[in-house]
Structures are given as C-alpha cells and as structure tokens.
Design a protein around this ligand. Structure first.
Ligand SMILES: [Cu+2]
Length: 120
C-alpha cells in the first residue's frame, strides 16, 4: 500500500514537471521573418508576453488594449527609449528596425504589466 502511494506521488510529480515545461514553453511566441505580431492587453497582461524574433528582421508589433485600467494606457520599451500610447479598443502599431540580439523589455508605466522581446 505504501509503495503504491509513493508511486502515485512520483507519477503526480512527473506530470507536474511535464506540465510546467510545456506551459513555460508555450508562453514564448516565435515569429518568423517580419510577420506582424498581434498583442492583446487584457486583464493585466500582454498576450503573448514573451516574443522571440529573428535577428535582422524588422519587427511590427500591433497592440490592442482591451483593458480599461489606466495603467495599460502606455507601453514603454525601456531599452529602446520608445513609448506607445494605447487608446482603449484601438489597434496601435509600432515598427522596430532590425535589433541587435538580446532581450528588450516592455511594460506599462509602473511595470506591473510586463513582456519581453527576445532577438536571436
Ligand atoms: Cu502599471
């Protein structure tokens, strides 16, 4: 009986690990070439929040804000020194020239909503 419980716990742990890795990988959206990326701002998050783009490609980000919170009204790209205003319900486009490889963060003004752009 005891070994049955231990096996069951081990199985549950394995399931949890598989789920954890699957979910964390699913959070990164990979973009091919220079196709535009649609980002929805809703319920305190950017979806997708982790975006991977290829080096040398122009990056087009389309933000649509559905979150009425005043916090969501601007998206700030701190490393790039760029800010984009996000009127509620309107799709706003930001075009970035090819970036050097690295991670570029974007957030709301108070850094509560966060995302990153990974250039590889
Ligand atoms: Cu905020």
């Amino acid at each position: 009986m005891m070994s049955f419980i231990v096996n069951l716990l081990a199985l549950a742990l394995m399931g949890f690990i598989v789920w954890w890795f699957w979910v964390s990988r699913a959070k990164v959206q990979q973009v091919k070439g220079s196709e535009p990326i649609e980002i929805i701002v809703k319920d305190g998050v950017y979806a997708p929040s982790n975006i991977e783009v290829a080096q040398g490609a122009r990056v087009t980000l389309n933000f649509t804000r559905l979150d009425p919170g005043p916090c969501a009204e601007k998206v700030v790209f701190s490393e790039l020194g760029t800010t984009l205003d996000l009127p509620l319900g309107e799709r706003q486009t930001l075009v970035l020239e090819p970036l050097t490889p690295g991670e570029y963060h974007f957030s709301c003004q108070m850094q509560m909503y966060r995302g990153s752009l990974i250039v590889k």
